[in-house]
Design a protein around this ligand. Sequence first.
Ligand code: MLC
Length: 511
Amino acid sequence: MSFLNTFTDNVHKFPNKIALEFIDPPLQRVTYAELDQLVQQTAGYLRSLGLQPGDRVALQLTKCLEFILLHLATLRLGAISLPLNLAYPPDEIEYFLSDSGTRLFFALESNAARLQPVVSKLPELQECIFLKPAEPDQFNSLISDSPITNYRSLTAQGEAFQDTAVIIYTSGTTGRPKGAEITHGNLISNLQSLHAAWGWRSDDVLLHVLPIFHVHGLFIALHGALNAGATALLMREFDARKTLETLVEKHCTVFMAVPTIHQRLLDVPDASQFDLSHVRLITSGSDRLPDDVFAGFQQTFGYTLLERYGMTETGMNLSNPLIGERRIGSVGLPLPGVDARVVSAETGERLPDEEIGELEIRGSNVFKGYWRQPEKTSASFTADGWFRTGDLGFREADGYFTLCGRSKDLIISGGLNIYPPEVERVLVEHPAVAACAVIGCPDKEWGEKVTAVVVLNEAGSVSGADLIAFCRERLAAYKSPKSIVFRNDLPRNAMGKVQKAELRKTVCQVG
Ligand code: MLC
């Protein structure tokens, strides 16, 4: 069974049920039968462009029906979908497309002028198609002339189960971002675990406010709803008040978000006027849920948030229970089919309960490896096949896990991962910068705020604002520093390594 088989079953079971409804302009609504028909037409269109199984199709689009159709049609054809964050500037896009050897690239018409010089440099890229999601007729006319394609059928036994379905780029502590290869098997196994753990139902109505180019919005929320035969109401861009209004007015039963979004809901004036008692499941993930947001949700809405823990490479690993104690500060218990253990960072040996070590994960949810990076892949697994998450935590005697830091140098801002070396690499390209260190400072809104500590060359002169602008030209805005602190030197250990813990103590307090 693959996710696509479940979706097809739902098309037969609920042909006239609304599968997707975009609740802001352009308003669009498709039933399961209509969605299936559109995906088939889109598959026909992709095939007419020569797409073959295993080819990569990159999508850098807004949250729109076209994105979903191209993504599902790509999976249907046994090709590989490669969703890209809209915030990535052309420099980053060039790297993702060339590293992945993308064959077809769908991007926004409004970005055509910026992207054109980049795409013309890529020999493996066969075609770049610019879309206008605000004008759905454009895409309809592209796909309507294509013959309807019968999909390659995917089965649990066949090699398709092991085939890569999606590549999502994740940054790393060293080098450029790596493409995590997620298989059809990973997708369905994680969906089945979550279906059972969270009690997904075909009469659920999901309010979907997350971007669809990451695991959370794409696999957990969108695939989750389609896998359940439920209805997804999609908000193109998150708006806090509209979220609360929609949850109430459209009788939504499921809502998933990151802590920054939950905090913004709490900040809505008169938030407590919104009665969310009919929403049966509200989850929080992608970043640690601060205790005051957990408590604020209980006080304001009378709801106990269900915190869960996942990663791009593994999908979802741990979750607080649907029924039973949702423990503050804890990410809960291993999901069905997922094994979790805590090991010593030094010896790799399993640690007793309550002792802090590195969290490792095993299960059919764990990805195949990093695209064309066998060494980095093997370094991320233990000899006996456990994935090293890089997160530190402990297990309690009753099986609940708590995270308490990271062994990797990583910042999480608004639910997005940022690896400081990526930002440092850009900063040192500036001629006035002699050295720098990028750290995350605690922040009420974002969880952590990207902060760069910069040492200038003797003759160097540049303002913080100019350095931020320099980064934003080369990096996605969310990765770029939100503040720059100038120092005469950086604290280093005997090996010359910057002492980031020391910097966090002195720099973050100052703000
Ligand atoms: C936007 N900005 C961010 C940011 N998002 N900066 C830091 N961190 C972020 N996450 C920038 C914008 O570019 C903008 O810059 C400024 O901050 C303010 O923008 P905004 O309009 O207030 O932000 P908004 O568009 O509302 O976005 C905030 C958000 C969004 C919280 C809604 O970040 C979001 O949807 N986050 C969810 C990310 C997600 O889905 N993560 C899941 C990863 S999967 P300026 O200066 O240009 O105005 C994963 C696995 C798992 O982690 O377990 O789930």
